[in-house]
Ligand binder design. Structure first.
Ligand code: GLU
Length: 476
């Protein structure tokens, strides 16, 4: 189908996915879904030394966790397989041979040291650092001699320097680049492998991308890649160079910032729905901020993208979005999410019934900001508080403390029925004109170590007779 939307996420597996990349993947996905197009995953693993995630296992897991499913890519294949660049060398070689035939490229035998020297000289002379085309001027004999001597070389693309090129960017409109400012760029490395600029552009051509949404750090590569499209007589896709993500101080988000990598957020108990929701709404303004994927697909207006230099990442706002998602979960579903966090801190949670766990979760759900909050909020159930009578008497100067503790003990035989127990204590307090509020506050401290928390009746139900007895008797 002509004009079909085809977009791709093209990560290099050089580290953990960070939020900027996740946002790029997300917008490619949303665009593909909105335009009924195809979302492709291509792994740019041409640099074996920087290959931190072989087979892109982590990337694949992370995308699956986020529910950003692709239509073509590793494992599932597609019409332009393979989707790992490391397996596509024959395709790049064929395209390089084509450029050779067109006389659009040349061998460069300059060494790194020579290039560095030239660069320094140009900078000293306040000239733009650019390859000086020494090797373009080599004669056939000189080239032959170098080849016979097995001098290492790279292939460079011969730019037509007295011309400009226009690219279309969703946020910036038409951008014009003047090739006189650019170098003849390398297409291969001395070891024969292909450069990022070349492999990336060839794949975008061969895989028939209609749009390229990527980080604005790639904007300087775009003119060279556009020159390659032109050399193959292939129309340019539409670009969107997406703003980088900054921390609240306006600096580029770095490894030191909490939540830089997606894994940080996952381990801290953020939900994939909340992360996608948050990344889709930052940098825009939306009447309704909490949206699921299908709402985002309908809502994001790609015809109204503005150029922003940076997008601010605010963990507090992300926590708010996460909280909004957590309070919308059904308790049963929430339990599934919380269990790994809870069992890590309290392995004994495995022995607690589902029914009890759900009742516990319902009491903390309105307060949760992350899944990781859950073990701390439920510590009252799993841990005996450290309260001694001595401490209580010191803190609560009221002499009534002693009397109340005795009262709690005196009725302990009724504890099998929390209702009866509650009423018996309430009755005595009424007769003796002791404040109920004060009584239950003390009771809660004895049971949980904290003056606030679930209501007393709820607490009695949640803890159950055995735990309550033990904790009250412990205080004596
Ligand atoms: N592999 C590149 C990166 O991870 C992506 C380039 C692109 O999207 O064109 O930054």
């Amino acid at each position: 189908m002509e004009n079909a939307v085809r977009v791709r996420f093209a990560p290099s597996p050089t580290g953990l996915l960070h939020l900027g990349s996740v946002r790029i993947a997300l917008f490619n996905y949303l665009f593909a879904k909105q335009k009924k197009g195809t979302f492709i995953l291509r792994i740019e693993d041409t640099d074996p030394e920087r290959n931190f995630d072989p087979g892109a296992k982590i990337i694949l897991e992370d995308l699956a966790w986020l529910n950003l499913t692709f239509d073509e890519g590793p494992n599932i294949g597609g019409p332009y397989a393979p989707y790992f660049q490391s397996e596509r060398a024959p395709i790049y070689q064929e395209k390089l041979d084509q450029l050779k035939k067109q006389n659009a490229i040349y061998r460069c035998f300059c060494t790194q040291e020579e290039l560095e020297k030239k660069r320094k000289r140009q900078i000293a002379l306040k000239q733009p650092p650019r390859y000086d085309r020494t090797c373009l001027a080599l004669s056939i004999q000189e080239i032959k001699k170098n080849l016979l001597e097995k001098k290492p070389f790279i292939w460079r693309f011969k730019l037509i320097t007295n011309k400009t090129i226009e690219i279309n960017d969703l946020a910036r409109g038409v951008i014009t680049f003047d090739f006189s400012n650019f170098s003849d760029f390398p297409l291969t490395r001395q070891n024969g492998t292909f450069t990022f600029i070349f492999a990336n552009a060839i794949d975008d051509m061969v895989m028939k991308m209609s749009h390229i949404f990527r980080g604005e750090d790639h904007i300087s590569n775009t003119p060279c890649q556009a020159a390659l499209f032109e050399a193959f007589n292939i129309p340019l896709p539409i670009f969107w160079h997406m703003p980088i993500i900054c921390n609240v101080e306006g600096k580029k988000l770095s490894k030191r910032d909490f939540g830089f990598s997606l894994r940080d957020l996952k381990h801290a108990g953020f939900l994939p729905e909340a992360i996608c929701n948050y990344l889709a709404i930052i940098g825009g303004s939306f009447e309704k901020e909490i949206m699921n994927m299908s709402e985002l697909i309908k809502t994001i207006d790609f015809s109204d993208i503005h150029s922003t230099s940076a997008i601010r990442y605010d963990v507090e706002k992300l926590k708010w979005v996460n909280h909004q998602w957590l309070i919308r979960y059904m308790p049963q579903e929430l339990l599934t999410q919380i269990l790994p966090f809870l069992e890590k801190k309290y392995p004994q949670a495995k022995e607690v019934t589902q029914e009890k766990l759900i009742s516990l979760i319902k009491t903390i759900q309105p307060e949760l900001k992350t899944l990781q909050d859950a073990p701390a909020f439920l510590s009252f159930y799993f841990e005996e508080p450290e309260v001694s009578k001595k401490n209580l008497l010191e803190q609560e100067t009221d002499i009534i403390v002693q009397e109340l503790i005795e009262l709690f003990i005196a009725h302990i035989d009724k504890i099998d029925s929390p209702d009866l127990y509650y009423q018996a204590i309430a009755k005595v307090c009424k007769e003796k004109q002791i404040s109920l509020k004060h009584t239950w506050r003390l009771f809660r401290i004895i049971l949980t170590g904290k003056p606030s928390g679930p209501g007393v009746k709820e607490l009695l139900e949640l803890l159950g007779p055995a735990k309550i007895k033990k904790r009250i008797q412990h205080i004596v």
